[in-house]
Design a protein around this ligand. Structure first.
Ligand code: 5AD
Ligand code: FES
Length: 346
């Protein structure tokens, strides 16, 4: 048994070098099992056998950014663009509510069409109709003022993956007009405003090293977000990274356990990307410490268009099918899908 894993189980305050060592143990089945076991104990302690669910509404695939890994980057002329109307978004929520969802995640590219006013209007209408539901936004970098307006309109949570905490790596994934500093500033602002915040990163994105991942873990420990989204990088055919290899499922699963131990009360989704790389990827994620699933509530006619990466699963399914399917998948690993808002425990 690797000493470093033992040390990590005793005290999570590792330095960068030690985290690098810990990450290198991902190949050791014994260490993987040991960490998964602890991760499951911790999840059970705080969340029992409950798995929370969030209804994902991908409401626009227009984006003003040009991240090199992403299929809906502005430079991709082959992307067929769409926007949902406010009525369509509300119809997704209605459908979702009937299926038992009590959290709606409004996710989209960075689309200036959805001005602060338009977003406030949408948030207000959802919160008026479903006051007991949580509204989560995932619409990228905005000003402190915008975040404040959304919060006042009723938004509860915000997902903004930091993507990588390593400055040099960040530069290789994003064009010059974007900056890691601004991203981190956004995450801090969201916290100040009282959002429950989700950060996260892709596993195996091009140029990622074990040192980068160590930085990610240090950053997460410091930020202490309520949620952390991680999933394997998957190439998209219309991007500069089309020929790059996908991230590893095994390493993603290992990191899910590590993050559960690092931040025991964190909400940790078994992501769609994980389910895309492995038909039982999401179940495997739940079996090593994840406790959230995020099925798609977007209209079926638009699902294929929200193509961040190739071969994304669930694009032909109705929301009801996804709900039923996920419920069975969650039960298959001895857990239960529950219908409450699923806030992080204090
Ligand atoms: N592979 C995997 N995940 C991706 N994302 C974007 N493009 C890809 C890709 N090619 C992730 C990013 C983003 C989230 C919404 O989707 O981490 O934050
Ligand atoms: Fe969508 Fe299984 S979760 S079909």
């Amino acid at each position: 048994m690797e000493k470093i894993a033992q040390k990590f189980l005793e005290n999570q305050n590792l330095n960068k070098e030690e985290f690098v060592k810990l990450i290198r143990c991902a190949h050791d089945p014994e260490v993987r099992e040991l960490l998964a076991e602890r991760a499951l104990e911790l999840r059970k302690k705080y969340y029992g056998d409950k798995v929370y669910t969030r209804g994902l509404i991908e409401f626009t695939n227009y984006c003003k950014n040009n991240c090199y890994y992403c299929g809906i980057r502005r430079g991709n002329r082959n992307a067929k663009r769409y926007r949902l109307t406010e009525e369509e978004i509300l119809a997704c929520c209605e459908n979702g509510y009937e299926l038992g969802f009590r959290t709606f995640v409004l996710q989209g590219g960075e689309d200036p069409y959805y001005s602060d006013e338009r977003m406030e209007h949408i948030i207000r209408r959802i919160k008026e109709k479903y006051p007991e539901c949580a509204v989560t936004l995932s619409i990228g970098e905005r000003s402190m003022e915008s975040y404040q307006r959304f919060r006042k309109a009723g938004a509860d949570r915000y997902l903004l993956r930091h993507e990588t905490a390593d400055e040099t790596h960040y530069r290789t994934l994003h064009p010059e007009e974007m900056s890691l500093q601004n991203r981190m500033e956004c995450l801090k602002n969201l916290k100040i405003l009282g959002y429950q915040v989700g950060a996260g990163f892709m596993v195996g994105s091009p140029n990622q090293t074990e040192e980068c991942l160590a930085e990610d873990l240090l950053f997460l420990k410091e930020l202490e977000p309520q949620m952390v989204g991680i999933g394997p990088f998957i190439p998209h055919h219309d991007t500069a990274f089309a020929k790059e290899p996908a991230g590893s499922v095994e390493l993603t699963l290992y990191l899910l356990s590590v993050i559960r131990i690092l931040l025991p009360k964190v909400l940790l989704p078994a992501t769609t990307a994980l389910g895309t790389m492995d038909p039982r990827g999401r179940e495997k994620g739940l079996a090593v410490g994840a406790n959230v699933v995020m099925p798609n509530l977007s209209p079926v006619k638009n699902r294929k268009q929200y193509e961040l990466y190739d071969n994304k699963i669930c694009t032909g399914e109705e929301a009801a099918e996804c709900r039923g399917c996920l419920s069975r998948r969650v039960e298959s690993v001895g857990l239960h899908l529950v219908s409450d808002r699923g806030d992080a425990v204090e």
